[in-house]
Ligand binder design. Structure first.
Ligand code: F6R
Length: 587
């Protein structure tokens, strides 16, 4: 994880880097730091904690110079301390590094650097010393950097500031890195929002790329061992899309944006959807692979494909995929679903699929991401930038697309579109202020609870799983999701007087799920019904419309809002839950 950003141009670097870091905080917020270069002197400020918490924002902003690099950290090697915060430097102070990724052979590298003074516990600091070590044997900075990077095992995106030459080297292998291109200025960064206020032109780097950034850009690829050309692309997002605007938090902004993302799903190119449907029909063995919330979208697809398209698919969690790899054949189709396109477990699965010569189709939100580059076919969810660490609008965009694909397989795409069209007004009402207030009152009742449960049947079962994930990751209240019918096989032992249980009701599962609700209520459980109509069993009722196969979209929205309200009432940061990062780029 971690976010890195650099600047080289004619403006003051520090404010630009600071602004970029704030946009990248979703990638990690254990510590932050900036190094700038002015009149041959390197200035560094770094500390642990979030940029705003540390109170060192002003000192970061005041760093002088028109060139610099910056980092926001999600700790892997070494505790969260000031010493382990980036940037890191070599012994001479001439080579300064920020790094995102993991160096797997860091112990072996460290042994070769026994003459160097290493001041942190990080693997990243070793990169600066390794370059210095290579220079000691007579290489110039560029050759030494190339040679050092080739020795790294694992994955990295690095920015290396060279004090002597006023230049930055940017290189990636397995971790994301793009370069924003302005007028006489460049912004290498982990992700586009870091520079979207300054330019809408971007260069997507490939694995092995090594870029010398100075007055212009010089591209080299370490794997191909030669100079390469890279094209400038236009960014379709607007800068405002990556801003909070009038909202207190990105989480609430992104929840309310779901009305538009559903509309964008409806507007997706029909030929492309039909093309994907064709690939699925022709595939011999279809595997959907994803992690976390995106995995729940895949579980939704399992039901949608079964019910709408009468098509069986296999859903595998990214990290478990290696255990099923041997089933793959040349005509198998692996569909990877990911918001970021950078999730390490999903990338590993895709590489495994490629090694078996299977076709890889990806459904992703971030254009130019690693998954985008690895896939044979890519389909964009077009949900716009999702900045909050929790996935909300990207999830419903994934589900909406999967629903359309299921209808397309059944050769009835129009019906799928109509199903989604009806949702437009419905989702608007679900995110309206009055609904939010109703849910806030529920949050007041739940805020002191230690455990909660969510249950659903059929397509509401993945919704129960996703609801439990949303609630626990942002409110830190332990919440588990179950299939309604499974509760009596063990989990019901945990129900005590007042234990909250959220029950997802849809028309087709009403009878059975209400029986399950009754079983919980008779043991003292507090029943929260998310349903099209009220019922005597409910202690608290949230009305949602009956939307048939799109119920997974309507029913999850109130829980996203509940999770947000609970976070606020419990003093948690909804955009940056503890221990989490948005792109999980480690296995
Ligand atoms: C939960 C959440 C995570 C991600 C998971 C996969 O709110 O955001 O569970 O869904 O880390 O991330 P992507 O979709 O980027 O592959």
């Amino acid at each position: 994880m971690c976010g890195i950003v650099g600047y080289i141009g004619e403006k003051e670097a520090a404010p630009i880097l600071l602004e970029g870091l704030k946009k990248l905080e979703y990638r990690g917020y254990d510590s932050a730091g900036i190094a700038t270069l002015a009149k041959n002197t390197v200035h560094v400020k770094k500390d642990k904690g979030k940029i705003n918490d540390i109170g060192f924002e002003a000192s970061l902003r005041a760093l002088p110079g028109n060139i610099g690099i910056a980092h926001t950290r999600w700790a892997t090697h070494g505790e969260v301390t000031k010493e382990n915060a980036h940037p890191h430097s070599d012994c001479s102070g001439n080579i300064i590094v920020v790094h995102n990724g993991i160096i797997e052979n860091y112990q072996a590298i460290k042994k070769t650097l026994n003459l160097h003074t290493i001041t942190s516990d990080t693997d990243s600091e070793l990169i600066a010393h390794l370059i210095e070590h290579e220079m000691d044997s007579g290489k110039d900075f560029i050759e030494a950097s190339k040679s050092a990077l080739k020795k790294l095992e694992g994955n990295y995106a690095v920015l290396i500031l060279n004090r002597k030459e006023n230049q930055i080297v940017a290189s990636r292998d397995g971790s994301p890195l793009v370069i924003g291109v302005g007028k006489d200025e460049y912004f290498p960064a982990s992700d586009i929002p870091a520079f979207l206020n300054h330019t809408k032109k971007v260069i997507y780097l490939s694995d092995g790329d090594f870029v010398i950034i100075n007055k212009n850009l010089e591209f080299f690829n370490l794997e191909e061992d030669k100079k390469v050309e890279r094209e400038i692309d236009n960014i379709e997002w607007d800068a405002e899309e990556a801003e909070k605007g009038d909202f207190d938090h990105y989480m609430l902004k992104e929840i309310t944006e779901q009305t538009e993302t559903i509309q964008k799903a409806i507007d997706q190119n029909e030929d492309e959807i039909n093309y994907i449907a064709k690939q699925i029909k022709e595939g011999y063995g279809i595997f959907l692979v994803a992690c976390g919330t995106a995995y729940h979208a895949c579980l939704n697809a399992e039901y949608l494909f079964s019910k709408i398209a009468k098509k069986h698919i296999n859903v595998v969690s990214g990290s478990e995929f290696p255990h099923f790899k041997h089933f793959l054949k040349e005509n198998s189709l692996v569909i990877a679903i990911s918001q970021s396109g950078e999730t390490a477990d999903v990338l590993e699965a895709v590489k495994a699929a490629k090694s078996m010569k299977s076709k890889v189709l990806s459904i992703i939100n971030v254009k130019g991401s690693s998954l985008d580059r690895l896939s044979d076919i890519t389909f964009y969810t077009k949900a716009g930038p999702e900045i909050c660490v929790l996935s909300t609008k990207a999830y419903t965009a994934q589900v909406a697309l999967l629903l359309l694909i299921a209808y397309a397989i059944a050769e009835n795409l129009e019906e799928g579109k109509n199903n989604l069209k009806n949702l437009y007004n419905l989702t608007y009402n679900l995110t309206a202020l009055s609904t939010r207030e109703h849910i806030r009152k529920l949050a007041e009742k739940l805020k002191e609870k230690n455990h909660m449960f969510t249950i659903g049947r059929g397509i509401m079962y993945p919704t129960a799983l996703e609801a439990a994930l949303k609630l626990k990751e942002v409110s830190y209240i332990h919440t588990e999701g179950f299939a309604g019918g499974n509760l009596k096989h063990g989990p019901v032992a945990l129900i005590e007087k007042g234990t909250p249980c959220i029950v997802f009701v849809s028309e087709d599962t009403e009878k059975e799920i209400l029986s399950n609700a009754a079983e919980i209520r008779s043991r003292g459980g507090l029943i929260i019904g998310i349903a099209p109509k009220d019922n005597d069993l409910f202690d608290y009722f949230i009305r949602v419309p009956e939307a048939s196969f799109a119920n997974s979209i309507t029913h999850i929205i109130p829980v996203q809002i509940l999770a947000y309200q609970l976070a606020l009432l419990r003093g948690c940061d909804p955009d940056k839950p503890r221990n989490l990062a948005k792109s999980v780029t480690v296995k």
